[in-house]
Design a protein around this ligand. Structure first.
Ligand code: SF4
Ligand code: SF4
Length: 384
């Protein structure tokens, strides 16, 4: 048996607290959270123990355990003391990223360097950020335009994920919305790299985008990523960015309720829906997506076993999308088993990270013939 030789250190606890680790003060070690953490479906991971180590200043900053949390918020739903685990994990990671203790996983370091150097995690040329729209006859946002449509980095550069941005433009044109897209000077929203602990980089990204948005007089931002949604709506106000932020699923639901979106082509498919953590547990957007899907003629909709607040994370939040996850430990592959259980031909998503993770999972599990991964925007656009 391996014995851990770690010494309690008040100094270590103080550093975690300085980096924002206040949630550790509220934990009374009941252990209820451990049972709901998705990592325990694939391995053994005691977050109660990890919190206890943080309370005692005994965190091993070189242990890969500190990089496991995907900030899915499932434990927060269960915790009787409302311990915000993702905030605590962010503080522990800041001690590594910002203060210099421990080791940053290599693949995460590459994404962080890409974001820092070129403003997107994929390392793509910034001047090509809006190439996805070059044949779509879309105007660049100017002062006085009503809606800024902001696609995330993956929807800008990653071909399968880009389909959601193209479909969104198609929908916006159909309803004759007054909208524009940003020019290539905008950068990653920074939501995930912040959760991964790179606070100073996050602040630079937020300042860059806020300066651009404010100079343009942006008031309303439409997003197709729940990560942009969360950070623009909940985090940018702290840095002087105050906007009305709307996720496409909410916008589509609103258009349908107002009778402004008419479907003309039935989509005869069995469809299920995956709740992203960031849109679901964080924002409680559960009904809108389902109302949109079930209003498309022809769709037979069925829920998976874990849905709404009990949804199983795809495994891509808080920087995990950029880290290696061993075969057998990928939540996205478990989720595809649930898709198969309900016999769905299409797994609908509302998040580019979910899209990227599930696109990989259908390949690694040999399910690419059996199930298609589609963004809500694509399904709506196809049925117009
Ligand atoms: S459920 Fe909350 S109080 Fe209980 S061990 Fe987990 S974090 Fe601590
Ligand atoms: S937020 Fe999710 S992944 Fe992180 S510790 Fe809680 S349940 Fe586990």
């Amino acid at each position: 048996m391996e014995i851990e030789l770690l010494t309690p250190s008040k100094e270590t606890t103080d550093i975690i607290l300085e980096e924002g680790g206040d949630p550790l003060k509220s934990c009374f070690q009941c252990g209820l959270c451990t049972g709901v953490c998705p990592w325990n479906r694939v391995t053994t991971f005691s977050l109660r123990k990890l919190i206890h180590k943080a309370q005692l200043g005994m965190v091993d900053f070189e242990d890969e355990e500190v990089w496991r949390c995907v900030a899915c918020n499932a434990c927060v739903e269960r915790c009787p003391r409302d311990v915000q685990m993702p905030i605590l994990m962010r503080a522990i990671r800041r001690v590594i990223m910002e203060v210099g203790a421990g080791v940053v996983p290599h693949s995460l370091r590459i994404s962080e360097k890409n974001i820092s150097a070129v403003g997107n995690p994929l390392g793509e040329p910034p001047e090509r950020r809006m190439d996805w729209a070059k044949d779509l006859d879309v105007k660049t946002f100017t002062k006085g335009t009503e809606i800024l449509y902001f696609p995330c980095c993956y929807q800008a550069y990653d071909p399968p994920t880009r389909r959601a941005a193209i479909a969104t433009v198609n929908i916006l044109k159909k309803v004759k919305a007054d909208f524009g897209i940003p020019d290539s000077s905008v950068v990653c929203c920074g939501e995930s790299i912040r959760k991964a602990g790179a606070e100073s980089l996050y602040r630079k990204l937020a300042e860059t985008n806020i300066k651009i948005f404010n100079e343009l007089g942006v008031k309303k931002i439409l997003v197709t990523s729940p990560h942009c949604y969360h950070t623009f709506k909940d985090e940018y106000p702290e840095f002087g960015g105050n906007y009305e932020v709307i996720h496409l699923s909410q916008y589509l639901d609103q258009l349908i309720q107002e009778g402004k979106l008419k479907f003309t082509k039935p989509l005869v498919k069995k469809v299920t829906y995956h709740d992203s953590c960031c849109l679901g547990r964080y924002q409680r957007v559960y009904d809108e997506n389902r109302r949109v899907l079930t209003s498309i003629p022809g769709i037979e909709f069925e829920e998976m076993r874990d849905n709404r607040e009990y949804s199983l994370c795809c495994g891509g939040c808080a920087g995990r999308l950029w880290m290696e996850t061993k075969k057998g430990e990928r939540f996205s592959e478990l989720r595809l088993e649930q898709v198969a259980e309900v016999g769905a031909e299409i797994l609908a998503v509302s998040c580019p990270y979910c899209m990227a993770n599930f696109n990989d999972a259908v390949l690694t599990t040999g399910k690419s013939e059996a199930v298609e991964i589609k963004d809500l925007a694509e399904l709506v656009s196809e049925a117009l």
